[in-house]
Design a protein around this ligand. Structure first.
Ligand code: NAP
Length: 256
């Protein structure tokens, strides 16, 4: 365990926007330093770094394509370097595998290219990025893999996307088993529909879709990014240390 005077360091993939951004800020508010990644939104990522710094914590933004596993070893080297240069440390504490895209296509029309893209980003990316980062995660650390409510309930057009996230949920249990001896807990956090840029911002901007989701949600509205950032931070807080191998849905009670 890290001494209480030493801040935790969390690595959040896809921290430039949406749920990853909210997670980075919630973790910083909880006293954690942050390494966040972006794929193309460099300016947004640096804005998040400044917001973390305004909360009194340190942050670094690194570029990463979670769909390009060949570059993960180089990314791990970059993480190692910033840990040494910014924190004088060899390890970080918390990994949040969040970065991802959505794609809606009926099974009959899904192309192999679409399937491979989703697989590379969500399933292969989570598997091999975690593998490459394992030597840099402190014993007693935590991993949160972001899934989706769509792995439990169904909406037409999400078969390939949800199948990858279902794979992530199984992978989570195996990670929890294999990393348990190092004291590392691993959980899935599965958001319901949240108002972000995801899938072109449809859940946020399409009034009909938004109203439909609110109507099938026990708490009566669509989720907001901070509903998820706060939940990830809670799962990474000290009081949650005995939770591992679990799927926790954070959806306001969607499709109960
Ligand atoms: P978002 O607002 O579109 O943000 C996506 C984030 O992921 C951005 O930071 C983006 O980086 C990054 N990203 C996308 N593709 C990437 C790639 N190939 N390599 C590295 N980074 C990449 O989406 P979000 O709603 O926050 O979604 C975050 C996660 O939550 C995803 O895994 C998604 O499947 C899951 N989720 C979302 C919802 C929802 O309703 N929003 C519901 C359930 C689950 P750049 O900005 O630099 O491009």
């Amino acid at each position: 365990m890290t001494a209480s005077t030493t801040p935790r360091i969390a690595l959040v993939t896809g921290g430039s926007r949406g749920l990853g951004r909210s997670t980075a800020l919630a973790l910083a508010a909880q006293g954690s330093d942050v390494i966040l990644t972006y794929q193309s939104s460099e300016a947004e990522a640096h804005a998040v770094v400044r917001q973390v710094e305004a909360l009194g914590r340190r942050a670094v933004a690194l570029q990463l394509d979670v769909g390009d596993s060949k570059r993960f070893a180089a990314f791990a080297e970059a993480v190692k370097k910033v840990l040494a240069s910014t924190w004088q440390r060899e390890r970080f504490d918390h990994l949040v595998n969040n970065a991802g895209i959505g794609l809606n296509a009926p099974i009959a029309e899904t192309t192999e290219e679409q399937f491979d893209l989703l697989s590379n980003i969500h399933l292969k990316g989570t598997f091999f990025l975690t593998q490459k980062l394992l030597p840099l995660i402190a014993d007693g650390g935590r991993i949160v893999n972001i899934s989706t409510g769509l792995a439990r309930f169904t909406f037409p057009g999400y078969a390939a996307y949800a199948a990858m996230k279902g794979g992530v949920e199984v992978l989570t249990r195996y990670m929890a088993k294999e990393l348990g001896p190092r004291g590392i807990s691993v959980n899935t956090l599965a958001p319901g529909a949240i108002e972000t840029d995801f899938r072109g911002g449809q859940v946020r901007d399409d009034k009909q879709v938004n109203a439909h989701i609110a109507g099938v949600t026990a708490l009566g509205r669509v989720g907001l990014p901070d509903d998820i950032g706060g939940a990830v931070a809670a799962l990474l807080a000290d009081g949650s240390r005995w939770i591992t191998g679990q799927r926790i849905e954070v959806s306001g009670g969607m499709m109960l």
